[in-house]
Design a binder for this molecule. Structure first.
Ligand SMILES: Nc1ncnc2c1ncn2[C@@H]1O[C@H](COP(=O)(O)OP(=O)(O)OP(=O)(O)O)[C@@H](O)[C@H]1O
Ligand SMILES: [Mg+2]
Length: 276
């Protein structure tokens, strides 16, 4: 039976942030394929490309959105014109700049942006953010507003140290998402990878106390590179390959965990930026 809380939740999208301590570990690959799998499961999904970096979501999907958030702010075009319908049943918004750059725009423009984003957000079940790597004050606000944080790391020591620092900063700053998912990508030996993951999680639990909702391994696989080169996300045509199965696993954990929101993402962000 549907209760009132469920009715209220309907109009608020779940926010999924894909983040990492270090660059080039596979955030965009995870964000794009995860967004597509959620859409394949009947969810209304918006993918928000908040990274102006080179190998971004539009390249992975082989599309070229006409407008970006930058156009919205600079040329005053409507937000509806910034939303691009991809062939994968996922809507895409490209910022055309880093989240950090957003801070530079004036309050009036930003207020309009947040209001418009808030208006359109009701049309989605999930908003998946692909962020630039790292942890800073601006990104922290977005992470803090998320329902699910998907942290991607590689299995080599430098990446793990960065990932650990990322988690440590999260705890220090009080960022406490309802779902915290750890994805270890580009794993060459799955058995070793599982061991490294287990050790990593035990260190995180011991030294930060943060509860981990789920852990996932993605194999190092040429099909991932191929999918980047061909600009066709692998979950669409390599459905039974390990990287696809891993993405289904992340989607399972995200859809399974229905969180109860106290304050909506956009309310939090508006409060953080002092707009509204
Ligand atoms: N599982 C994998 N197997 C093989 N290659 C992979 C795998 N995952 C990622 N790659 C390679 O690594 C590259 C970087 O991945 P991706 O762009 O998703 O990283 P990112 O974390 O988003 O990087 P950035 O920090 O620059 O945004 C991909 O273009 C691909 O070539
Ligand atoms: Mg990226």
């Amino acid at each position: 039976m549907r209760n009132q809380a469920e009715g209220l939740l309907k109009s608020q999208p779940r926010i999924v942030s894909v983040a990492s301590g270090k660059g080039g570990v596979g955030k965009t690959i995870v964000a794009v394929n995860l967004a597509i799998v959620l859409a394949q499961r009947g969810m209304r999904v918006l993918l928000f490309d908040a990274d102006a970096g080179f190998a971004n979501a539009e390249i992975l999907m082989g599309i070229t959105p006409k407008n970006t958030i930058k156009d919205f702010l600079q040329r005053k075009i409507s937000l509806d014109k910034v939303i691009f319908q991809t062939p994968y049943d996922v809507d895409l918004i490209s910022t055309g700049m880093d989240v950090e750059d957003l801070i530079a725009f004036n309050l009036e423009d930003k207020t309009e942006l947040y209001n418009d984003l808030y208006r359109i957000s009701a049309e989605y079940d999930y908003i998946v953010f692909d962020f630039p790597p790292g942890f800073n004050e601006e990104l922290e606000r977005f992470y803090a507003g998320s329902d699910h944080l998907v942290m991607v790391t590689a299995s080599e020591p430098t990446s793990l140290v960065n990932a650990y620092t990322f988690v440590k900063l999260m705890t220090i700053k009080g960022v406490d998402p309802d779902g915290f998912h750890v994805v270890m990508n580009m794993v060459k030996d799955m058995r070793d990878g599982r061991k490294i993951m287990d050790r990593f999680i035990s260190v995180i639990t011991r030294f930060t106390g943060i509860p981990i909702t789920s852990t996932h391994l993605i194999r190092y696989d040429m099909l991932v590179k191929d999918s980047v080169n061909r600009q066709i996300p692998f979950v669409t045509n390599r459905k039974t390959a390990q990287p696809s199965l891993a993405i289904y696993g992340i989607a399972d954990m995200i859809t399974k965990r229905q969180t109860v929101k106290k304050l909506s993402f956009f309310d939090k962000i508006r409060a953080f930026f002092g707009v509204g």
